[in-house]
Design a protein around this ligand. Structure first.
Ligand code: C5P
Ligand code: MG
Length: 286
């Protein structure tokens, strides 16, 4: 068995099953594998040096882009809706309309701010966003073995692309499904493009992008990484899936949510700020 799976942050409801899936994936080899990962709080760290790290949306919370008043309003939204997002006492059905409300209100506020495209790289650089320890090995290993990585995020595509570009890991094997900003010809934000992706409609987003999964139809094994129960549907568009291994980062409200994460994810990583487990599995398979 892979030694990293015995780390104290690793929990599995059925370790024999996990072992079996990894073995099957290893036998099929890297040509049969695709990786689908969430972005915020999955590829990025939840905390760093005792401080909460920002999501894509929080990265825009910079006075160079938005007014003090807008900052306050976004903070109020976060304080209202984030506790709902992580509330284990509410079902996905109960949370869904409230999550749509959060994203819709936040995007409307951002559009009012006339955000300039040319400032995005600067605010990303000034933000405290940090990719998880071991990210370099993760991205480089996938690139080296030509394994497609789909980053499927309810965050903001323009922002997350800039984070991975600045980290030097936006390799050609990386594809992003996310909410993209629509800038006018002067480079000012005027809207968000396409259908909104929030944490509970990733299944619809996957089905809308059937062409992507069709192109990867020979890759029937999936390594899925997420931090929310909504991330579990990211692979719903995969063509005739053979094996799927789901790794879930349990960052916040650990005790309350552990049971539901253990039921839903094959491997649960409790307050683990590294990519070590995913990397060890990838190195084993490739
Ligand atoms: O990349 P991912 O799908 O994880 O992005 C979604 C995350 O963005 C959510 O977990 C949510 O907490 C966060 N979010 C935010 N501000 C908003 C909307 C969502 O920080 N206005
Ligand atoms: Mg996330």
């Amino acid at each position: 068995m892979i030694p990293e799976l015995t780390r104290p942050s690793v929990y599995m409801r059925d370790s024999k099953r996990v072992e079996g899936i990894i073995q099957a994936m290893q036998q099929s080899g890297s040509n049969s594998l695709q990786v689908i990962s969430d972005f915020d709080m999955t590829l990025t760290r939840f905390t760093y040096n005792g401080k909460r790290c920002p999501t894509c949306h929080n990265i825009l919370d910079n006075r160079k882009l938005i007014s003090e008043e807008c900052k306050e309003k976004l903070k109020d939204l976060l304080n209202t809706y984030y506790p709902i997002e992580i509330n284990s006492g509410l079902s996905a059905e109960e949370k869904l309309p409230l999550m749509v409300e959060w994203w819709t209100k936040a995007h409307a506020l951002l559009v009012q701010q006339k955000i300039r495209k040319d400032l995005l790289s600067l605010v990303v650089r000034e933000s405290g966003a940090v990719l998880r320890e071991g990210y370099q090995l993760f991205f480089d290993c996938l690139q080296e073995h030509d394994i497609p990585l789909l980053i499927f995020s309810a965050g903001i595509g323009d922002v997350l692309e800039e984070v991975i570009r600045q980290a030097g890991v936006f390799h050609p094997n990386v594809k992003v499904f996310s909410n993209y900003m629509d800038f006018d010809e002067s480079g000012t934000l005027q809207a968000f493009k396409g259908q909104l992706i929030h944490i509970y409609n990733k299944r619809e987003g996957a089905l809308l992008n059937a062409g992507h999964f069709q192109a990867l139809r020979a890759r029937r094994n999936v390594l899925l990484l997420g931090d929310s129960l909504g991330d579990l549907t990211m692979a719903d568009g995969v063509y005739r899936m053979q094996n799927i291994l789901k790794i879930g980062f349990l960052n916040d409200k650990v005790e309350e949510r552990k049971e539901s994460y253990l039921k839903a994810y094959d491997i649960v990583l409790e307050q683990d700020e590294t990519m070590n487990v995913a990397n060890a599995i990838l190195l084993h398979i490739t």
